[in-house]
Structures are given as structure tokens and as C-alpha cells.
Design a protein around this ligand. Sequence first.
Ligand code: 9Z3
Length: 343
Amino acid sequence: MTPPHQKHFHTSNPEEATAINRSLPEFAAAQTTDEDEYFANHQPPTYLPEIEEEVRGFVAFHQQTTGKRLALVTSGGTTVPLENNTVRFIDNFSAGTRGATSAEYFLENGYAVIFLHREFSLLPYSRHFSHSTNCFLDYMTERDNKIEIDPKYSAEMLKVYRKYNEAQDSNSLLLIPYTTVNQYLYTLKTISEALKIYQNKAVFYLAAAVSDFFIPQSRMPQHKIQSSATTDGELVIRLAAVPKFLSRLVDNWSLGAMIISFKLETDNNLLIKKAKSALERYHHQLVIGNLLQTRKKEVVFVSPGREEWIRLSDEEIANGKEIESEMIPAVIKHHDDWIQASK
Ligand code: 9Z3
């Protein structure tokens, strides 16, 4: 029996007045989107379940133990293989500087970081010493038949070493690699789903340079393309568009997280326009626009109704200041507002 204060609803009777309405337009059959189609027709990397376990362990650790906010930083370029047994692939310029540098500033500001990066691209902390000389041995010197850090690098290295150890000891940095665009997309999806329990305390900072075009598995030759198989010595490659995954990320894969995408252009006249249209299209929280030519000197934050530039002077750059040291505190302010607004 229903208690007297509780209203009783009947749902089993048809609504006679509105059951048939011929003036309504035909309802389209459910469509699978390009993104779903992509996952239905491409194989996940075989190691993905192990990555999922690592990520879930990391997320649970921080949720239960440290309570830190969490940043997923993506970094570096994705490859597009031309052959299944890959000898050749298409690549892009990104070395992962933006991602690796930003990850350090997130860590310094108390975030835990999942660093989804192109394998062998720059990593947080080691980046200071890995690509700037011919070899790490350039930082060493010999004394009394022993090898040691050259004293002229020692102070700087000690600073980085301490920060690196702090990140390691507190289990605040999880490194997850990818190489191809397919691996990137599957891994991003898996990490996003594992991060759902983190809700608005998670921030997605998508700095990886993701290829817009790829060769679908259905068209991919198994073996190295032979020059004898080309016509007139020319190789024609037909690429398909990579589906726009940001809408899936915003709508389904993440739950309440703040999502930041990057917009890269080379034409100054397009930057703001393209950043705004990305924001309108995906309804996420922030687009960071940058030009290839000036990306280390200036970026623009485009959020609903707002544009904020961050610029470094030539003097600041000459003194070794990194633009990410200003970008990340500004991102964190946006994240504070996002958490506040979603309370
Ligand atoms: C960026 O715009 C990054 O800032 C850079 C960093 C790739 C320029 P580096 O590794 O470079 O420090 O040398 N990333 C996003 C690029 C991208 O693919 N954006 C897509 C687009 O522009 C949207 S997701 O359409």
C-alpha cells in the first residue's frame, strides 16, 4: 500500500490525446557516429588492459590517499603508419616540450599527473638534459679516475633531481606511452573512463599534436610497400579523416572533468576564429591557441566570452623563463572556477 503522503503515478495507460501525431517529422533511425565506427573497425593495442590496470590503480591511490587533483597531460606527435609491419609512417614536428614542461608545473602546483606521451619524446625532468646536448655524457666529467657531474651543471641538476625524486616518492607521476594515432585514441578513451570517478577534480590538458588524417586498417598493406607495386614510379596514398573525438570525450568518456584542448595554427588570422569554433563545437571549457612560430612566446586562452593572452618578453625568454610557468597557474584558476561552478 502507498503511504498517504506519497503520490501514486500510473504509467501503464497510453496517453490518448497525444499518442498519434502525424504532424511530427519522421524520427531518424539511430546512427552510429564516425567515432563509434572508428572503434568498431580498429583493433585496440594488445597491452591496453595492462595500461588500464595501471591507471585505475594510480587514480584510486590518489583518490583514497592523497586527495590531490589530477591532470591528464597528453604530449607529442602521433604517427600514421603506412604499413602494418611498419617501415614508413607519417609524423609531425612535436617534440613534446609543451606537454613535458606543463606536467612539471602541474606537479609543482600539487597535482598528480598522468602523462600520456609519444614514446621517446620529451619527459618531465629528464627533458632538461636529454635533447639539449649531443649526449648525457656531455654533463659528466672525470676526476680521480671516477666519473661525476660536471660542477658547472651541478646546481641546476640538483634542483631538477630533487623535484624529480619528489614526484617519484609521492607516486605523483604516471608515464603512459603511445606511438600511433590508433594507440593514442584507444589509450585516451581508456584513461578518460578510468578518470570518471575523479569527476571535476580531474583536468584534461590535451597538448598532443594529433594527426587529422590516417590510413584505416581496412586499407593498410600488411607488408612494406614495394616500389614495383607503384604506377609510373609514383606512390599515391589515400588518407581518411580522423574522427573528431573531442565531442565523445566531452559527452561520454569523461564525467565532470574540466577539458582543455589546444588549437595549433600557422596563420595568425585564423587562430582566434578556429579556437572559438572548437569551443562552440565541443562545448568544453577552454581552448589554448598557439601559433607554430611563436608557441614558446605567446598563447591565447579562449573560454566562453573571454580571451586572455599570455606573453613573455624577449628578456624573460633570454633569462630562461618558460611560458608554461604562467600558463599552468592560469589553467589552475580556471580549474578552481570550474570546481566552484559545478558544486
Ligand atoms: C599544441 O598546440 C601544442 O602546444 C604544440 C606543442 C603541439 C604546438 P611542442 O611539442 O609543440 O612543444 O613542440 N597541441 C595541439 C595540436 C593539435 O593537434 N590540435 C588539434 C588542432 O589544432 C586539436 S586537438 O586541430
